[in-house]
Ligand binder design. Structure first.
Ligand code: SF4
Length: 509
């Protein structure tokens, strides 16, 4: 008997440390760890102890006898991984116990943001005796991407908040919610009150399509749409026209699939999820039955996870379709599923099956490949999308709703360098650097999407944050951190903070 890692795996690797026989792969540092779509359990070595399942923050690990039909294929997905990647060394990973240097028994760190990258960093730092962390979050509630970016029907992934909540309650963690770094408090000010600042604000801006018609009514950014249906306070007043039968989603990542699922499934599916009430009302009245998901490149280069694609084929009331002529198209660029060629084969197989499927339902998601958006047509509002193939021929898909889901980018902040091309803060091993000299800027660090761009799963941020924290602690040990001019408590008091673990509001002016 064995346990099986399934669709909602977040790559957080909490399970790896728990496994007494070290049969979960890939581990941090293994080849392919940074690109793997999920972790896998070797069924030949697993001793069925259940320790990993207890540690998994998103309940992705299931005993094989409890696998529901929709997750059954993950039994083979786990086993097959080891056909290509033999288990090898099963010695346990080294446990690194961190402590502050004797000559600096106290360290204060401001962590800007409260999404997964920020809270993995806060968690790691606040475990160390003598470290005090101030979490600065512009919204009145924490969790960033986990709260406002994860699809409402991905309840297991949202469980991650339960893993992070105790971190925010630790006695050496101060929360300043409703405080925007860069507006209410400058980077300079944060550094005046802390030994170090970790910038972890994520990537909350859209990449542009850069085609005519992009600004027409009915052309919608995925960022706005996702924030709206997840109840982000900045987007509650938005309205989206769901009166047409067909919508087009441009993009080929997990966000594109989340939106396609949301728009095609019956609203009843979302009734007992944390979807915002205004979005649920709109879905109940929605006429959308078909979503066309358009990718510039071929299925081999898609950025979505294979597990997410496989899940689309199991939606009870939606047909997953593709066009036979487009499934064999490799498209330009390298394959994206480089974590495992099995992932790639499964993905191509799923697309071929979609192309062979005879539609039986009116609700459908159609995957289209190797089509470059050339124009969003219409006078004041979108009436269609003009797409161009590599041979120069074009095709127009009629629609009044186009969701642009081609990726996110970070936003610059006063007092921090910024690379406008990548939309990230330039860094070396998590140390913010001056881009012209590559010299680290004392006391400034970054982690998560603002550091590496919008890639990986939620758990990928754990490894990312660990590297940044390691650099910070190394600098602390080497005496490279600036000495703050004032205690962090002074800043907290300025923002109305009276005791640790409570939430501060904006200061009165
Ligand atoms: Fe390892 Fe036990 Fe999980 Fe099997 S059930 S993968 S032995 S922790």
């Amino acid at each position: 008997m064995t346990f099986v890692i399934t669709q909602s795996c977040c790559n957080d690797t909490s399970c790896v440390a728990a496994c007494p026989v070290q049969c979960i792969r890939p581990r941090p540092g293994d080849p392919g760890f940074t690109t793997t779509e999920q972790l896998y359990i070797d069924p030949a070595t697993c001793i069925d102890c259940g320790a990993c399942a207890a540690e998994c923050p998103v309940d992705a690990i299931v005993h094989e006898t409890d696998l529901p039909a929709r997750l059954e294929e993950f039994r083979g997905i786990n086993a097959d991984y080891f056909a290509e990647h033999p288990l090898g060394d099963t010695s346990p990973p080294l446990l690194v116990r961190r402590r502050l240097p004797r000559e600096q028994p106290r360290l204060t760190v401001a962590v800007v943001g409260s999404g997964p990258a920020a809270l993995y960093a806060a968690a790691e730092l606040s475990e160390i005796r003598g470290v005090e962390v101030t979490v600065v979050e512009r919204l009145s509630e924490p969790y960033g991407l986990v709260r406002f970016g994860v699809a409402p029907d991905h309840g297991r992934t949202r469980l991650m908040t339960e893993r992070f909540a105790p971190v925010l309650r630790r006695p050496n963690v101060t929360c300043l919610f409703g405080v925007e770094a860069g507006r209410d408090v400058s980077v300079e000010d944060l550094l005046r009150h802390h030994h170090a600042v970790i910038w972890a604000t994520g990537a909350f801006a859209d990449r542009a399509l850069e085609v005519p018609g992009e600004d027409l009514e009915g052309s919608v950014s995925a960022r706005d749409f996702v924030a709206w249906y997840n109840g982000h306070p900045d987007f509650t007043d938005r309205r989206f026209d769901l009166s047409g039968r067909r919508a087009v989603v441009i993009g080929n990542g997990n966000v594109a699939l989340d939106i396609a699922r949301l728009l095609t499934q019956p609203a009843t599916v979302y009734e007992h999820t944390p979807i915002s009430p205004h979005a649920l009302r709109a879905l109940r009245a929605s006429a959308v039955e078909e979503v066309v998901v358009v990718a510039r490149r071929g299925p081999a280069q898609a950025a979505y996870g294979t597990a997410e694609l496989l899940a689309l084929a199991h939606l009870p009331e939606v047909d997953l379709l593709a066009l036979p002529g487009e499934t064999s198209t490799a498209g330009p660029g390298p394959d994206s599923a480089d974590g495992s060629s099995l992932d790639l084969r499964r993905r191509l197989d799923a697309v071929r099956k979609a192309a062979a499927r005879t539609p039986t339902r009116s609700r459908r998601i159609t995957l289209r490949y190797s089509l470059a958006p050339a124009e969003l047509t219409g006078d004041t509002a979108v009436t269609g999308v003009l797409l161009k193939r590599s041979d120069g021929t074009t095709e127009k898909i009629d629609t009044g709703l186009v969701v642009r889901a081609i990726g996110f980018r970070g936003l610059p902040a006063a007092g921090l360098p910024f690379d406008p091309v990548t939309g990230t803060v330039p860094d070396r091993a998590g140390r913010v650097v001056d881009p012209s000299t590559q010299t680290p800027l004392p006391g400034l660090y970054c982690t998560g999407w603002i550091r590496r761009g919008p890639s990986g799963t939620i758990g990928t941020n754990r490894t990312d944050a660990a590297e940044t924290v390691a650099s910070l602690l190394d600098d602390c040990a080497q005496g490279r951190l600036p000495t703050p001019a004032a205690p962090s408590a002074v800043l907290a008091a300025h923002f109305g903070k009276t005791s640790r673990g409570t939430v501060a509001g904006r200061p009165s002016q």
